[in-house]
Design a protein around this ligand. Structure first.
Ligand SMILES: NC(=O)c1ccc[n+]([C@@H]2O[C@H](COP(=O)([O-])OP(=O)(O)OC[C@H]3O[C@@H](n4cnc5c(N)ncnc54)[C@H](OP(=O)(O)O)[C@@H]3O)[C@@H](O)[C@H]2O)c1
Length: 307
């Protein structure tokens, strides 16, 4: 199903940008916000790379896009954010193939996946939503900064950051099991702290760093978060919450409006849960304390021998 008329009007009103000749890479692109972000990029004329852990799901997503955009140039790359080895192999492939990238959207994320720990022994939510993104970013940045043009780099955070409790490093190893939402919110707080510091570090380089958040929209992730209520909700909830399409316009907003680096972009109504994207103020707690967190993360990654 192609983009709705309202989205097309919004895109036109927001600069009518063309991404012809540009490449957009989206992680977790087979579903939800990542799929729709990829569709928006294809609609605007970009070549798109779907970076997914499940290549069968990725192929289905590509086929679905090709039905509506038969001339689209869509490539699939394998990437499992819960495995540092997979992240390293992915970045190696990017470099070895000299892949050109103009916008890189770190969208993949998880709420309460089944299974105990990641391949590297981390809590699966912390490991996927924060450590995987941190490692991917640090490995990919030197390559992206060396490209001959500017690159927009977006990490996907969440409205949950507003409710996040202070970081507890025991979350990284599932030691206390404080509850799914607590760990999810803290994983996104870690990502927001890191990304805010990163944007400052990269300011003036060829890589412009931003944060996006989708507000609240019904996707497999949110249905999973609702537990047994998920299936009942899905019938009506799509209408009550932001449409996934509206929640997927942050990349287009950033490319059209050029907000200040380090800005957080996402829906702005009803406590940032609903509406079209705008710049949202990042909670104070996400603007401080990155040094200790980064130090801890670096040591944890060093501890793991990645071949
Ligand atoms: N939906 C919301 O209301 C909401 C609110 C705030 C923030 N977010 C954030 O928005 C992003 C997209 O979520 P969504 O709502 O669109 O959920 P979704 O439809 O479930 O999509 C999540 C995507 O991430 C992928 N993924 C999960 N674990 C992965 C891993 N280890 N390696 C690679 N890919 C992995 C999933 O792949 P599989 O299909 O293989 O599982 C899927 O493609 C996430 O970062 C989420 O935290 C969503």
């Amino acid at each position: 199903m192609s983009l709705c008329a309202k989205t097309k009007r919004w895109l036109k009103a927001n600069g009518d940008i063309s991404l012809a000749g540009k490449t957009v890479l989206v992680t977790g692109a087979n579903s939800g916000v990542g799929f729709k972000t990829s569709e928006v990029a294809v609609y605007l004329g970009a070549r798109v790379i779907l970076a997914c852990r499940n290549t069968v799901k990725a192929a289905a997503a590509r086929d679905s896009l090709l039905k509506d955009y038969p001339d689209a140039d869509i490539r699939i790359m394998r990437l499992d954010m819960a495995s540092l080895k997979s992240v390293a192999a992915f970045v190696k492939e990017l470099k070895e193939t000299g892949t050109d990238i103009h916008a890189f959207v770190n969208n993949a994320g998880t709420f309460a996946p089944p299974g105990g720990k990641t391949a590297d022994g981390f809590d699966p939510v912390m490991g996927t939503n924060y450590i995987g993104v941190y490692y991917l970013t640090e490995l990919a940045l030197p390559y992206l900064a060396g490209l001959s043009h500017k690159v927009v780099y977006i990490n996907t955070v969440s409205v949950a950051v507003m409710a996040a409790k202070p970081i507890d490093y025991s979350d990284f190893y599932c030691l206390k099991k404080p509850g799914h939402f607590t760990v999810y919110a803290r994983s996104k707080l870690c990502l927001a702290k890191y990304t805010f510091a990163l944007a400052k570090r990269m300011n003036g380089s060829g890589v412009q760093v931003f944060m996006s958040h989708p507000g609240i929209t019904i996707t497999p992730l949110t249905l999973n978060a609702c537990g047994k209520w998920g299936k009942r909700l899905s019938a009506v909830a799509g209408k009550l919450f932001n449409s996934t399409e509206k929640s997927s316009l942050a990349l287009a907003y950033i490319l059209a409006r050029h907000p200040l680096e380090g800005s957080q972009v996402g829906p702005h109504l009803l406590f940032n849960c609903y509406g079209y994207p705008r710049i949202n103020r990042l909670p104070k707690k996400a603007q401080t304390g990155a040094e200790e967190l980064i130090d801890f993360t670096e040591k944890e990654i060093e501890r793991i021998h990645i071949e």
